[in-house]
Design a protein around this ligand. Structure first.
Ligand code: ZN
Length: 279
């Protein structure tokens, strides 16, 4: 589902493009009430930004934009490639600009730590206010409200997870998307596939993971909303584990789904993880 184009009868003075749904959500919340703003997002909900190939229409959208928000850390490789080949004059804002990334790995999934999401919001607000100073006050007000909600979310996550004993804090999921979540909230995540869904698991890694699950009697095995579920289904079967639900890793859900915005995504993931770990 493509979300329209900039060539509509209504003229918008600030044309914004976001690479994927989580950035779209933040930009929408921060610009709420600004009538001159039009936001288009390239990778739709329930699509995988790691492997997304932009279309010629996406190229036109990028060329016409005033601001383009991307995650960075090699997350949206296809979009970054296209940006290099278009002559867009847009301001390109990298949401992870102030985020401390994982060691020397380019692990882009930094938003799974709410404190990092707050840094995204600050960078987005700064970029918007510089591009559209007339609305800077509105953006600041919306941004402060969002930061307050994110702070409440952070407190809630710590409280919710505090009930889980340290020995039970191991979760198995499809690809290595939750390292930042694990660091922030003290959960160990394991997965057969690496940082990008493009990677393939080796038979040896899968066998080692299956042994580990058996040995430690791990019950929390999850599919993700985007990545191919076949391998994780096989691992669940071989370890006699029913799958414990779906975690939202790299994209929000459609509006009627369980994770239509960032806060509901985090709440859904935490509740799903807690339920599995408290069995
Ligand atoms: Zn990912």
């Amino acid at each position: 589902m493509y979300q329209g184009s900039f060539s509509s009868p209504v003229q918008h003075s600030l044309k914004i493009v976001t690479s994927f749904t989580i950035l779209r959500d933040f930009v929408q919340k921060i610009t709420s009430g600004a009538s001159n703003v039009k936001i288009l997002s390239i990778v739709p909900a329930e699509s995988d930004p790691h492997v997304y190939q932009p279309t010629p229409l996406d190229g036109k959208t990028l060329t016409e934009a005033d601001i383009i928000f991307i995650n960075g850390l090699d997350f949206e490789k296809g979009i970054e490639r296209m940006l290099k080949s278009t002559d867009t004059k847009a301001t390109i804002s990298v949401a992870t600009k102030y985020v401390k990334a994982r060691d020397d790995l380019k692990d882009p999934h930094t938003w799974h730590n709410v404190k990092n999401a707050m840094l995204y919001v600050k960078e987005i607000t700064k970029t918007l206010s510089e591009a559209d100073p007339n609305n800077a006050q509105l953006y600041k007000k919306n941004s402060d409200l969002l930061l307050k909600e994110l702070q409440e979310l952070e407190t809630w996550i710590h409280h919710k997870l505090s009930k889980i004993p340290p020995t039970q804090r191991i979760v198995v999921t499809t690809h290595d998307a939750f390292w930042y979540f694990g660091q922030a909230y003290n959960i160990k995540f394991m997965s057969p596939i690496g940082i990008s869904t493009e990677a393939e698991a080796s038979a040896q890694d899968v066998a080692a993971l299956i042994n580990f699950i058996r040995e430690h009697k791990i019950k929390a095995v999850f599919v993700e909303n985007l990545a191919n579920p076949r391998l994780i289904e096989q691992i669940a079967r071989e370890t006699n584990n029913p799958l414990q639900g779906t975690l939202y890793a790299d994209s929000l859900s459609i509006p009627d789904g369980p994770a239509p915005d960032y806060i509901s995504m985090m709440e859904h993931n935490v509740q799903t993880i807690c339920k599995a770990l408290q069995q």
